[in-house]
Design a binder for this molecule. Sequence first.
Ligand code: NAP
Length: 492
Amino acid sequence: MAATLNLEQIVDQTLGEAEYKLFINGEWQAANNGKTFAVDNPATGDILRYVPDAGADETRAAIDAAAAALPIWAAMPAITRSDLMRKVAALMLERRERLATIMTLEQGKPISEARGEIAYAASFLTWFAGEAERVYGEMIPASVPNKRLWLLRQPVGVAVMITPWNFPTAMLTRKLGPALAAGCTCVCKPAEQTPLSALELGKLFIEAGFPPGVVNIVTTSNPIPFSDTVFADERVRKISFTGSTEVGQMLIAKSAATVKRMSMELGGNAPFIVFDDADLGAAVKGAVASKFRNAGQTCVCANRIFVQRGVYDQFAEAFTAEVGKMKVGNGLAPDVSVGPLIDQPARVKVERHISDATAHGAAVALGGQAIAQMGNFWQPTVLTGASALMLVAREETFGPVAPLIPFDSEDEVIATANDTQYGLAAYYYTRDFSRVIRVAERLEYGIIGANDGLPSTAQAPFGGFKHSGLGREGGSVGIHEYLEVKYVSLGI
Ligand code: NAP
């Protein structure tokens, strides 16, 4: 375990007297009825702060503000919008240490990962600030001489963003970046476990000089009145959701009544395939990074590690040795590489997956237990002799558990890897050039890491096939999720 930290002092120094309120129309306000809910530190169970518990009225006020700001923001020259977005990104980097500390306090991830997330999150604002200046129209050749066919792209309108707790800042800016660049105004609802990071970001929008109402942030412990209000409101034209497939499916169904544009970044069940011709050192490094980042609580993390039989024992030994070096503890300690799980249900799921695997013949090569006396902490776990039929390989574990599953042939592993309702990220390691191409083409996934365990970046599209989602965030395609295409036939 890591050295003892003076947590009280860190909390006091970082959060100080900060009071967290709803960010609506450029101002901070309490919930109308004064209700609040507690934000906990998952590493200790301590309450960090209370935030307003908004309902339908506050949600409507945020939509009112976004709708009023829309014509102003949409009409602003793209270069002015870009400058403002770049200012927020610069402020995020300037305040990186404070923002990262708050993220670790409320989410639990190691501080080095939180610092990395702040930089990653800022990169979406910077990159899309550039894209704002490249929203081009087109002239299409007509088939008659007295016509010109004009295509223009315009902001879709008020956009609502609903985000999860596992990347409290990056999931917001991955949506805000393209939305603001397109000229949309926004209402954000962060996850109830991690609202502080979102509200801290709100402060930077004010400091950068954003017009009131362009970005609004509503915190709530009950997402239903929020979502009922935004789905019923005709002024909301776009919903961008990141979270579980189950909630995503409910929201898609809800969107029918007012025919909203929907972007969905949902769950995953990523295969990580190690072929017998792989650079095993690189594969071990990639697998550890992909599996254990954020204690395994990422939508793209390796959920099923398939290893070809010829190198299975060698890989298992090297991988287990590497995982064995990981230090579990409070993410604020500099030497910690695995923080706590977010809450008790997350821990119960990890426990259920491990006991199902061992009941069906898997062996625990490392870990396998909660850490006694330490709430939500779980030992980094390696399971050998796992199979694709076990729960741990069929469901998203969202925890630090790596099942190693042997396979024999390329055809077999691709069929097994694709045999899931999910299709977000997949990884494979091989030194055979033809196989690199072949496997990339055959995997039914939106994001593929070929000899790369960490493929996400602002310039590239992020999103999934099948039940993993609709649409893409990031990359040059990301902004199109927030643009309407208008065609004008010009008779001349
Ligand atoms: P979740 O339970 O689906 O919650 C995500 C967000 O949706 C939270 O803000 C939550 O609010 C809100 N929400 C829940 N029920 C809602 C409803 N009925 N109406 C409107 N909003 C509702 O997911 P999570 O547990 O926070 O996150 C983990 C999941 O997210 C995993 O499945 C992971 O794979 C997925 N994820 C996907 C990506 C991606 O890019 N594809 C990235 C990160 C995470 P409350 O917090 O108030 O419940």
